[in-house]
Write a protein that binds this ligand. Structure first.
Ligand code: 6PG
Length: 266
């Protein structure tokens, strides 16, 4: 994976994509465990938890390259909706239903860092964002001692408008460079109140992946990869800031008509 441009992978279907995603995530996991004995990962909502479950719940062949070490995982949310943890809009609930509850007991469980449910119903989500930033500081060291947290892997989705995390096109939050976690009160995608990692935190991660599948993504992926304008969309800004640390996992319909070169294999 050389160079400074993002890696675009495309697979015949979601099952084939999930197999390669598994390989990629375990590679990131093993490198992280070698470095600091844990794997600090952030995940988004949307379709990602379902694809991730396909990837991670598949049977292992028993080699270290194919073994998910869930007890070493620290799971954070790249973005989360300001709702209680059992609410149908909660990204935590989505991840729990799709993946966490289905991990076989003998594999152990990851440590999952949720938002503080006591502030999920606040009128202003700022306190919720501040508390989540403090949660990050407990894992990554205090904000005044490290400029930015270094996630081992941040896993993202991309909306049809080019949003990622809860960073939306033309939103002032795209210029936020002081906080690690920001509050959103006007998300165009419901629900309106959310918290999100900020762009500098996302692009500072060691590895950043996008999963984008289905023909509904082809127009935005063409903008992001093939046009100057698309480089300014939130997902395009992650590509620009993250360079070759960014890997896109797509299926064929999502990249139909995209000219940007695909990479053959991981
Ligand atoms: C959220 C998500 C959001 C999502 C994209 C892509 O909580 O709304 O984190 O950023 O990742 O909207 O969603 P799909 O994968 O479902 O297209």
């Amino acid at each position: 994976m050389a160079g400074t441009t993002p890696n675009l992978y495309s697979f015949p279907d979601v099952d084939a994509l999930a197999k390669q995603l598994r390989k990629y995530v375990i590679h990131c996991q093993n490198a992280a465990i070698n470095r600091h004995d844990s794997f600090r990962v952030a995940v988004s909502g949307g379709s990602l938890p379902n694809t991730l479950a396909k990837a991670l719940l598949a049977p292992s062949n028993g080699t270290p390259e194919d073994t998910v070490q869930f007890p070493k995982w620290d799971v954070f949310f790249a973005d989360e909706r300001a709702v209680p943890l059992d609410h149908p809009d909660s990204n935590y609930k989505l991840l729990k239903d799709e993946l966490l509850d289905k991990i076989p007991a003998d594999q152990g469980k990851p440590k999952v860092h949720t938002i503080d449910p006591n502030h999920a119903n606040d009128d202003d989500p700022q306190e919720l964002a501040d508390l989540y930033q403090e949660e990050l500081m407990r894992s990554f060291a205090a904000k005044d001692s490290v400029k930015l947290p270094v996630f081992d892997l941040i896993m993202l989705g991309c909306g049809p408008d080019g949003h990622t995390c809860s960073l939306f096109p033309d939103h002032e939050l795209l210029r936020e460079n002081a906080s690690w976690v920001a509050a959103v009160s006007d998300s165009p995608k419901p629900p309106p109140k959310r918290i999100t990692l900020t762009l500098p935190v996302v692009t500072h991660a060691l590895n950043i992946s996008f999963v984008a599948t289905g023909s509904g993504k082809k127009d935005v992926l063409k903008r992001i990869f093939d046009s100057e304008e698309g480089r300014h969309l939130p997902s395009g800004l992650v590509n620009v800031g993250g360079g070759d640390k960014v890997s896109w996992f797509t299926d064929r319909p999502a990249v139909d008509g995209v000219s940007y070169p695909r990479r053959g294999s991981l």
